[in-house]
Structures are given as C-alpha cells and as structure tokens.
Design a protein around this ligand. Structure first.
Ligand SMILES: O=C(O)CCC(=O)C(=O)O
Ligand SMILES: [Fe+2]
Length: 279
C-alpha cells in the first residue's frame, strides 16, 4: 500500500489546484486524458467556494445531480455534502458514503465519469488525520495478469445490482436504489479517452457474469475483486483541509475508512461528472 504518494495509481486520481484552470476554456480531450499520466498528492492549502468547485468540475463534462437531494448543499444541487455533522438534530450530509470497496454508481447504465471530493473539515486525533480514503487501480490490476488471462476476460459482461450493495442500517440511499433494474457492463472496461483497460467488477455489487453459472461467475468476481485491492495497487489518501481529489471511476475503485466519530468532524463537498455507457 502506498501512503503519501499516489504512484500506485499511475495517474487515475489526482490532486490539483483548480484556481489556475477555472478561468480558462473547457479542457480539451487531450488535457482531459492528461490526468491519466501523472498523479500527485500534497497539501494544496487552498480554499474553494462551491462555485469554484462546480466550475472546475464542469470542465470535464456535465454534472450529476444526486438522488440524495436532502444532502445537497443548500442552493447548489450539484454539490453533495458528505459529513457526520449533526446540526439541530439533523445530519447535514451523508455520513456513510463509500464504506465498502466500490466504483461510483456502477449499478446505473451510465456511471459517473469521475468524482471531485473537496475536504473542508478532517477529523484529527493525537495529531493524526482520520477518515482516509483508499483508492485501488483496477487498470494496474488488469495489466498484472498474463496476456492469455487478460484475453479470456475480454468480451465477458457482468451484472451489477444496486440492491446487492451493503449500506449502513437505515441508509436512505439503500432504499432509493433498491428497485433500480440490474445493468450489464463489461468485466474489462476500456477508458473512453485513453483506451486503457481496467477490471470493472466488484464483489458485493456484481451478482453474476452473463452466460455463466453462479459456480463459475461468483469465484471469478471474487478473484478479480481481491486482485484489484491488493496492497500494491492501492493508494491511501490521508486528507488535509483544502485537498481536492479527483478520480476516474472507470479505472479506480475506492473505499472510505470509517475510523472516527463525533465529536471528531468530517465535512466534504463532492461533485460528480456524468459518464457514458461503459465500453
Ligand atoms: O468520503 C470518502 O472518503 C469517499 C466517499 C465516496 O465513496 C465517494 O465520495 O464516492
Ligand atoms: Fe464512492
């Protein structure tokens, strides 16, 4: 596991200061794929207004409006608040987002292309930040397989089921997505801009492989899921206030670590960029 540098991810996630970009023209396809080529993570010590985060995210495509409207930032339906903070007896954000390994909303026909998460408050205990996020390169995992094994996976399709996801008890998102019909996506996904290939299945969200019996597909889903999250493909981000991380959902899986609770507060603003049908 890499901590403090994101080299394990080979550029499918990056931390950046949008201030340099916001005023310029929309990102070209080449710039848009440029973030595939490098990754870095250091304290950016920046302040972003909701307008600036939204303007920056728009450079990469149209923005999603979350179904969890009760946790949208007031006046900004594009911003989803992730937080454990309770004000006047009411949670101000989604407190349990992403607690298991996943790629965002793979249970939809057009899962988001990328997500931009901005840290406003980070829990700290004994000088150490808590509430890290771990990212795994599903592309590096695929590339680690021998060529014949890679070839055997191309062309397979997996069934993704929203209701199969594990949510914290009482989670409203679980209720919202429980009736979404199953969707099929390729087991090996190709990046729409760079052509890079990555494993796009996750145990607990994929319930089968098309045209295969459960006895074959479930062990395959487990094997590929375990491969993606091997320590050598992971990067664990220890957040600092002001960090903005953007990741590419087609190439990355991630998980939020739940190792803090009130009175330690965590507050994040998340913006999601629309995606296309996975190929
Ligand atoms: O809060 C986090 O660290 C990540 C939550 C998550 O999975 C997401 O924003 O997509
Ligand atoms: Fe997520």
């Amino acid at each position: 596991m890499t901590t403090g540098t994101s080299s394990a991810l080979d550029g499918s996630i990056f931390a950046i200061s949008p201030h340099r970009f916001i005023k310029s023209s929309p990102a070209s396809p080449r710039q848009q794929s440029g973030h595939q080529a490098r990754a870095f993570s250091h304290s950016l010590d920046q302040k972003l207004t909701p307008e600036q985060q939204i303007a920056f995210a728009r450079r990469f495509g149209k923005l999603e409006i979350s179904p969890r409207t009760e946790f949208a930032l007031s006046g900004y339906p594009e911003i989803l608040v992730l937080s454990n903070i309770v004000e006047n007896g009411k949670p101000i954000g989604n407190a349990d987002a992403g607690r298991t390994w996943h790629t965002d909303m793979s249970y939809t026909k057009t899962p988001p292309r990328g997500s931009l998460l901005y840290a406003l408050e980070i829990p700290v205990e004994n000088g150490r930040a808590l509430g890290d996020t771990v990212f795994a390169s599903a592309a590096a995992a695929f590339e680690s397989l021998p060529a014949d094994r890679q070839a055997s996976l191309l062309g397979l399709r997996a069934i993704h089921r929203g209701s199969a996801k594990k949510y914290a008890p009482g989670s409203k998102l679980g209720d919202l997505i429980k009736d979404i019909p199953d969707v099929e996506h390729p087991v090996i996904r190709t990046h729409p801009v760079t052509g890079r290939k990555a494993i796009y299945v996750r145990e607990g969200e994929c319930v089968g492989i098309c045209a295969k019996l459960d006895e074959q597909s479930l062990p395959l889903i487990k094997e590929l899921s375990d491969l993606v999250t091997r320590p050598e493909f992971c990067y664990r981000h220890q957040w600092r206030v002001g960090d903005l991380l953007m990741w590419d959902n087609s190439m990355i899986q991630h998980m939020a670590i739940s190792d803090y609770q009130l009175p330690l507060r965590r507050l994040m603003h998340r913006v999601t960029v629309n995606g296309t049908v996975p190929i």
